[in-house]
Structure formats: structure tokens, C-alpha cells
Design a protein around this ligand. Structure first.
Ligand SMILES: Cc1ncc(C[n+]2csc(CCOP(=O)(O)OP(=O)(O)O)c2C)c(N)n1
Ligand SMILES: [Mg+2]
Length: 538
């Protein structure tokens, strides 16, 4: 229904609501107050971070739990450059978010005259970490540009989209615009000929292996059914954790960093890879080239992804769920018994034999979380127990374990992303697992968490430094420099922000501290000393 008095800023907010956006993360400035005019009285909830990078990470955490985009409102120039890092992480891990920024008035664009917040070529800067970046030169463009963004979020490989609105356009009348959302496309289904070819290969395969990636998180049901039907051992990427039930008989183990797992892929007569780029960070700490002696069937929603990395025998361009449904139907009865459980158990044991000793401590911490906060969403940063967890942890369902050790690899992710995750799933416990180094990148977001009443748990892994890099320097013979850190009294600081905070003195104590977080309205910070005796090996 057209509304004669509406400005473009207000029309934007109405359209976001119409597309079902629930949350805006933003820090207002003189350039964006015209957007905030529209937010007043809106159904959309606004959460204020303490840095625009926090806004982006919060939107990322929200999207990874829901599969839906949140919006971020940031000012021209520093607001945009501050959120770029979070957009980079979201791009790397295929996470949707809509970043709306202001930009200088149209008559100032590209003039370089030193206007407030002026970032020449801002649109091009943001485009590098977005699916697309658009400058809204007139209010009339707004419905179509948003339709493009939401069509992409819904039906393509998700990525951030950036929309910049010149300050004069934000204030322009938009009363004539049609504010009903566009009919969005459904998910793309597979080419039947490709499915038939893949099904034939699957029927003939005697030692197939399935690899599930982050692109398959919403395809848990057909993935399960196909794996059972084929009796095929499987593994998953970090972003696909939880897609199959924990301790499944056909699980090869977690993480392609382990040679026995890569060997299982190499020696399989067919690998079915769903929604995975076989990313380098899956093979931390040493990236490896993967080899496939047999056939490789790849399913991906992104045609370019099917042409990157390992070369497929059959490439199926489609949404993972639709493609797996079609394959399931086409394979029907595979007929050949393949000792799937036995092969999987063998590889699993070989993988576990390679777990490095520190993993024992990480397992104890994560077992305490599982015990005290069952079915928690665990949002990780780049720290030792997260690398460890990537190699063994199995959540009970998808979208429950994700971290910044994959893809772009950004320190400071976990705390704000956990706030976004908790806003997405208020009824589930949400734990941010973060190191003392990473924590200091975004620690002020504790204030946002207190303000928004978001009771996450921050598990702070303290080793007084950039432990990972200190180890790497030692391994590579580089004299140690810049990695021993002055670490503050995190417990006192967190209390100062209004959080509840304590140091864990033992595993029972850790469990009690975790349990006590239930029902709080503010974040709880629990510090764990990496060298605490209770983490040592028995
Ligand atoms: C923004 C950013 N800067 C630098 C790095 C390089 N880096 C990777 S891990 C790491 C150390 C992190 O220290 P901490 O969070 O304390 O975790 P720890 O390894 O000590 O467990 C650094 C500096 C990075 N990943 N991201
Ligand atoms: Mg550290």
C-alpha cells in the first residue's frame, strides 16, 4: 500500500520487514539517522554493537543458526571499512547478510573533496567481500535491488550483499513505491541427466564415500537416507557438523587434516561430495592436495564451485536437498554389500590414533559443556580447543558448531557471533569458545550482550598469548616475537561490564559454572587456564 509521506529510508525498513527480516545490527551516525527514522516503532529489533565488525559477526551468527539474513546499518566510510572483515568471514563461509550503508550525497560521489566519512569508491571496496554491492541512485531502484538480494539469499550460494544509499536519497520521498515483496524463486533442482549418470555410478560403486559440506546443512534427511541406502562411509566438513547423528556406524571420523581420512577418499571407487569446496582450512594445520583414484560426483549450488578444485566426473548444479532427494530416488536399490561399517570403523580408529595429546584437554572441556548445557550451539574463534573440536566434536544437529577457524579465519568472531546465535535461538544454550588473544579483538561486545539481555556463555581459553602462532614460530625456527601477551584480569573486566564471571578450578567446577548460567539474563564469562592440571592427561 503506497504511503505518500514515506522517505526512502523508511521504505527500506518496511521492505525489510516484508521480506521477514527480524533483526538489524547497527551503530547510527548523522549519515544514517534517516534509516533510523524508519526503525522507530518497527517490528524489526535493533541491537547496537560496540563496533561495526561486531554488527557483521552478530548477523553472521544469527544467519548460521537460522539460514536467514539479518541486516546491518552502518555509516559511510569507517562504518563500512569496520564491517568489511565480518563480511569477509561471511563470504568465505557462504553466510547471507544484508549490509546497508550510507554514502555521501550524489553530487559529492567520487569527488574526493574530504566530505565527512568520504570513502572514495566505497562501493568497489565492499564489492570485494559481497555477492554484489549496489549504489542506490534513486528511490525507484529500491524494490528491485532488494528483490535481487533476497532472491540470492533464498536460491543461490549465500553471501553478503551491500547496499549503499546516498544521504540525499535516504531522505527522498518514496511514497509511490510498491512495498510488497517480490515473489522469490524456489531452490534450483538438478538436471535429470546428471542425476541419472551419478545414480548409475553410485549403483556400481563398491567402496563409495560421501563427503558432506556446509552447503548440505539443510539436507540432513536425504543425506541420512542415501548414506544408509548405500551403506556408504561418510565424513563432513566443519560447517556440516551435526548433519548426521553423533557416533554413526558409518562415520569415518572428523576432519580431512587426518591422513587416514584423506586416504579413504583417495582409495574410494566413488566419492560423492555435497556442498563442499574442500577448503584449505579443512586440512589445518597443513593444507593438502586431495587425490581421488575413483570417480568424483560433486553437488553444488554454485556453478563456479563445481569447476574449482577437484575435477568432478559428474557435476550436479542444484540445491543439496533437491539433488540428494533426486539421487535417492534414482539409485533405489544399490544391491552390492560393501562392508561400510567395518571400513568406517577402521578409518575412525586410525584417525583417533592421530589425535594430538592436547585434544584430551579439549575433549574434557567440551564434554563438560555437553553435560551441563546439552544441545548447546558452540560458536568458536581461532583457538586451541576450537581446532581440537573441529577434529573430534560431534554436535547433535546441524547449525550448532561453527567457528572462525574456517575460511577467512578472523580473530574476535566468536563473542559477537554467539550474541547473534543466541538472538536466533533464545531457547538453546549458546557458548562462545574463544582464546585470550581473540577475545581482546571484540571484548567490548560484552556491553552489547548485557544491554540486549543476551545470556551467552563465554568460555575463555587463556594461555597468555597468541598460542597458535607461538607454536608455529617454534616449529618453523622463527625466534618468538609478538606472541606473549599482557593479558588483563578478564574476570574483573567482565564483571565490570555487568556479566557474571569466574575462573574454573576443576571439571566439576566448570560444569557447575556452566549450569549456573541457565536462566540468567546477562552473559557469563568462564576463564579456563590452558595449563590447569585438571586438563592434563590422566
Ligand atoms: C584478524 C587476525 N589477525 C591475526 C591472525 C593470526 N592468528 C591466528 S591464530 C592467532 C593466535 C590467537 O590467539 P588466541 O586467541 O589467544 O588463541 P590461542 O592460539 O592462544 O589458543 C593469530 C594471531 C588472525 N587469524 N586473524
Ligand atoms: Mg591465547
Amino acid at each position: 500500500m503506497p504511503d505518500a509521506g514515506l522517505t526512502t529510508g523508511e521504505a527500506l525498513v518496511r521492505l525489510l520487514e516484508a521480506y521477514g527480516v527480524e533483526l538489524v545490527f547497527g551503530i547510527p551516525g548523522v549519515h544514517t539517522v534517516g534509516l533510523y527514522r524508519g526503525l522507530h516503532g518497527a517490528r524489526l529489533r535493533h541491537v547496537t554493537p560496540r563496533h561495526e565488525q561486531g554488527a557483521g559477526f552478530m548477523a553472521d551468527g544469527y544467519a548460521r543458526v537460522t539460514g536467514r539474513p539479518a541486516a546491518c546499518f552502518v555509516v559511510t566510510g569507517p562504518g563500512v571499512t569496520n564491517i568489511l572483515t565480518a563480511m569477509g568471514q561471511a563470504s568465505g563461509d557462504s553466510v547471507p547478510m544484508l549490509v546497508v550503508s550510507s554514502v555521501n550525497r550524489r553530487d559529492q560521489l567520487a569527488m574526493g573533496r574530504g566530505a565527512l566519512h568520504e570513502l572514495p569508491a566505497q562501493q568497489a571496496v565492499a564489492a570485494g567481500v559481497a555477492a554484489f554491492s549496489h549504489t542506490l541512485l534513486s528511490p525507484d531502484q529500491l524494490p528491485e535491488v532488494l528483490a535481487r538480494a533476497f532472491a540470492l539469499f533464498r536460491s543461490a550460494r549465500p553471501r553478503p550483499v551491500h547496499l549503499e544509499i546516498p544521504t540525499d536519497v535516504i531522505a527522498m520521498p518514496a511514497g509511490n513505491l510498491d512495498l510488497t515483496p517480490a515473489a522469490l524463486p524456489g531452490l534450483p533442482g538438478p538436471d535429470p541427466a546428471c542425476v541419472a549418470r551419478a545414480a548409475e555410478l553410485l549403483r556400481l560403486a563398491e567402496r563409495p564415500v560421501v563427503v558432506l559440506g556446509g552447503g548440505a546443512v539443510d539436507a540432513a534427511e536425504p543425506a541420512y537416507a542415501l548414506i544408509e541406502l548405500l551403506n556408504a562411509p561418510f565424513t563432513n566438513s566443519v560447517n556440516a557438523k551435526g548433519i548426521m547423528p553423533p557416533d554413526h556406524r558409518l562415520h569415518l571420523g572428523e576432519n580431512l587434516s587426518f591422513l587416514p581420512l584423506r586416504e579413504a577418499l583417495r582409495t574410494a571407487d566413488l566419492v560423492l561430495a555435497v556442498g563442499t569446496e574442500f577448503g584449505e582450512t579443512e586440512m589445518y594445520p597443513e593444507p593438502q592436495e586431495l587425490h581421488f583414484d575413483g570417480a568424483l560426483v560433486r553437488i553444488d549450488i554454485d556453478p563456479q564451485q563445481l569447476a574449482r578444485g577437484p575435477k568432478p566426473t559428474v557435476a550436479i548444479l542444484a540445491d543439496a536437498r533437491l539433488a540428494l532427494d533426486a539421487l535417492l530416488h534414482a539409485v533405489r536399490s544399490p544391491g552390492i554389500v560393501r562392508n561400510g561399517s567395518e571400513r568406517a570403523a577402521e578409518v575412525r580408529a586410525a584417525v583417533q590414533a592421530q589425535w594430538w595429546p592436547a585434544i584430551q584437554g579439549h575433549r574434557k572441556v567440551l564434554a563438560a559443556v555437553d553435560c551441563a548445557l546439552p544441545d548447546a550451539i558452540i560458536v568458536g574463534d581461532q583457538t586451541q580447543p576450537v581446532y581440537g573440536g573441529n577434529q573430534f566434536y560431534q554436535p547433535r544437529r546441524p547449525r550448532s558448531w561453527f567457528n572462525a577457524s574456517t575460511g577467512y579465519g578472523t580473530l574476535g568472531y566468536a563473542l559477537p557471533a554467539a550474541i547473534g546465535a543466541k538472538l536466533a535461538a533464545p531457547d538453546r544454550p549458546v557458548v562462545a569458545l574463544i582464546g585470550d588473544g581473540g577475545c581482546l579483538f571484540t571484548l567490548p561486545e560484552l556491553a552489547s550482550g548485557v544491554e540486549a539481555g543476551v545470556p551467552i556463555v563465554i568460555l575463555l581459553w587463556n594461555n597468555q598469548g597468541y598460542g597458535e602462532i607461538a607454536d608455529y614460530m617454534a616449529e618453523t625456527g622463527v625466534p618468538k616475537l609478538g606472541v606473549d601477551l599482557v593479558t588483563p584480569d578478564f574476570v574483573a573486566i567482565a564483571r565490570g561490564f555487568g556479566c557474571v564471571a569466574d575462573r574454573a578450578t576443576g571439571l566439576d567446577h566448570l560444569e557447575r559454572l556452566l549450569s549456573a548460567s541457565i536462566g540468567r539474563s546477562v552473559p557469563t564469562l568462564i576463564e579456563i587456564d590452558q595449563n590447569a592440571p585438571f586438563l592434563g592427561q590422566e
